[in-house]
Design a protein around this ligand. Structure first.
Ligand code: CDP
Length: 210
């Protein structure tokens, strides 16, 4: 079984997807990490994350150790990930890895295009959203908890900027699949979001098995 969890920046997809994976006994893949690792490699090489040959070379050179680096989060890593993710050749390079991961034992995958491109035939698709202000509030709190000084207005503007880039890119733009179930978590904490997601999933999976 494949469960796709897509949505905009800092919507709480990771927390939710990880918990769903535990509940359904499925492996979990945070696909944002792939783009973050590519962006970080491009920065290390001193190149611009919008540079197509540099980003493609970085995607081809990815190693497992790239995903456990401590510097994959924070504003610079966020922007680099979003920039390399707009490059079609980079996305194509990462596609097979994601499909192979899901095909082996089933999986919960979170990202932007899981339900539309990576697994369009997924058994269940969630599109998780929240208002930009609430998402920025959560990301801001996350940064502070990690000891990173951040300005709320700046975080909000970066969240909006990354959403716009993800929504407007020509390849695999961020949008809900036609058959995705929408989950707005603006007024839900992590526990309530999990409960709401389980209700949606159980309804969908039981109606499919009738
Ligand atoms: O944690 P956050 O929601 O801020 O970001 P993420 O899920 O780690 O993704 C980082 C960036 O990678 C996003 O802004 C997207 O541009 C890109 N991404 C993508 O294009 N497709 C995916 N399946 C996952 C991430």
């Amino acid at each position: 079984m494949i469960i796709a969890v897509d949505g905009p920046a800092a919507a709480g997809k990771g927390t939710l997807a990880r918990r769903l994976a535990g509940t359904f006994g499925l492996p979990y893949l945070d696909t944002g990490l792939l783009y973050r690792a590519v962006g970080r490699r491009v920065l290390d090489a001193g190149a611009d994350p919008r540079d197509v040959p540099a980003a493609l070379a970085a995607a081809r050179a990815l190693q497992p150790a790239d995903f456990t680096r401590a510097d994959l989060r924070g504003p610079v890593a966020d922007m680099a990930a979003t920039a390399v993710a707009a490059i079609g050749d980079v996305r194509a390079e990462l596609l097979e890895f994601q499909r192979r991961f899901g095909r082996e034992h089933g999986a919960v995958l979170d990202g932007r295009d899981i339900g539309t491109v990576v697994f369009p035939t997924a058994e269940a698709k969630l599109f998780v959203t929240a208002s930009a202000e609430e998402r920025a509030r959560r990301r801001h709190a996350e940064l502070l908890a990690r000891g990173i000084t951040a300005d709320y207005a700046q975080v909000l503007s970066e969240v909006r900027d990354r959403d716009a880039q993800d929504e407007n890119r020509p390849v695999a733009p961020l949008r809900p699949a036609a058959d995705a179930m929408l989950l707005d978590t603006t007024h839900l904490d992590a526990q309530a979001a999990f409960t709401a997601a389980m209700t949606l999933l159980n309804t969908k999976l039981s109606s499919d098995s009738i």
